[in-house]
Design a protein around this ligand. Structure first.
Ligand code: SF4
Length: 339
């Protein structure tokens, strides 16, 4: 580990000023991914800027038009168990609690969750070619052991997936990411925040150097009556998703008025297909409709040597999760494992 300096930022301006005067500075909040990356020798910051103690930045509050604003600096645990989130956005609460371990959720922050890096094994192996870590070096996963990798939106340069559970729910909820930088504030729609790998797999998202995520806005519609988060993984807890699904619906009897479906574990960002959601409008909320939407969502999916099973798994997960969302309080066995 390299030597480094540590400072505690007093406010957002102080944090940004410190970052912008160091080429190799890094914010640290929970540090749950940063320390991993450091231990694996993938990062060598010479300055750590602690952003855990910024005054006035640890709240969940109601905002105009009925929405709710989550501080980016609040922990995942405090967010998941907050009464406003449990009551109005239980889909988000369930997704957060499906991730990592209780200890990690107690440390990890909301902003950090959005910025975590892929868990592709080759990315963490400094001896393996990896375009994300070392652009132009190649992708070891393409012809390697690619069981956990992408089936949608991948490129020949990278087939990594984004590992967050929380972000799958945020995608389904149409969240908005609020950021501040030296040029002022801007708001990024959640669907525009994370990137597909394309020719620049080293870039995970559209946050610019010198910007900081300050908060995440949830629109008023939380789908608190009909929702479900299903995470399928190799181990019952403390494992990343092979496939996950966040489903929120508004129903009129057994007819779907509005549906949101986001997939995790299948692409470089949470995956939604608005055409499939539109297709479900006006349809009966049943296995047949969800299966048709699942076929639409997985159209064009491409598996590799070890992960083609994910295509069928994702389709089945969409159907199962749609059915579970009809009655979130009587989840099917094994659907909501505790972490
Ligand atoms: Fe690197 Fe992406 Fe290939 Fe993994 S999938 S080895 S992260 S380029």
């Amino acid at each position: 580990m390299n030597n480094f300096d540590y400072i505690r930022a007093s406010d957002i301006d102080d944090a940004l000023a410190s970052l912008n005067t160091h080429d190799n500075g890094s914010f640290i909040a929970g540090g749950t991914n940063l320390i991993d990356l450091w231990k694996y020798n993938l990062l060598h910051p010479d300055l750590l800027i602690d952003i855990n103690h910024l005054p006035g930045h640890h709240a969940i509050e109601e905002i105009e038009e009925g929405g709710v604003r989550l501080s980016a600096f609040l922990t995942n645990a405090d967010t998941a168990y907050h009464p406003l989130i449990e009551e109005r956005y239980p889909l988000l609460s369930k997704a957060i609690l499906a991730g990592a371990s209780a200890q990690i959720r107690n440390m990890a922050t909301n902003g950090g969750n959005l910025l975590q890096r892929t868990r592709c094994y080759y990315f963490y192996d400094p001896d393996a070619p990896c375009n994300k870590r070392n652009p132009g070096s190649g992708c070891s996963a393409l012809n390697g052991y690619n069981r956990i990798h992408a089936i949608l939106g991948a490129s020949e340069n990278c087939i990594a997936v984004f590992p967050s559970d929380m972000c799958v729910a945020l995608a389904a909820l149409d969240a908005v990411v609020n950021v501040t930088g030296i040029n002022g504030e801007r708001n990024i729609r959640f669907e525009d925040f994370h990137r597909l790998p394309g020719d620049t797999p080293e870039l995970d998202n559209n946050l610019k150097r010198g910007e900081i995520i300050t908060s995440i806005d949830l629109p008023a519609k939380g789908f608190a009556k009909n929702y479900s988060y299903l995470k399928l993984r190799d181990r019952h807890s403390y494992a990343f998703a092979l496939v996950s699904v966040a489903t929120g619906m508004e129903l009129d009897g057994d007819i779907i008025k509005e549906a949101r479906i986001a997939l995790g574990g299948v692409a470089h960002r949470p995956w939604r297909l608005k055409e499939a959601e539109s297709f479900l409008q006006g349809k009966r909320a049943d296995e047949h409709s969800f299966a048709a939407a699942a076929d639409m969502m997985l159209e064009g999916a491409k598996g590799f040597k070890y992960n083609s099973f994910k295509i069928e798994l994702a389709k089945k997960a969409i159907v199962r999760n749609g059915l579970m969302a009809l009655d979130p309080h009587s989840q099917l066995p094994g659907a909501q494992p505790s972490a």
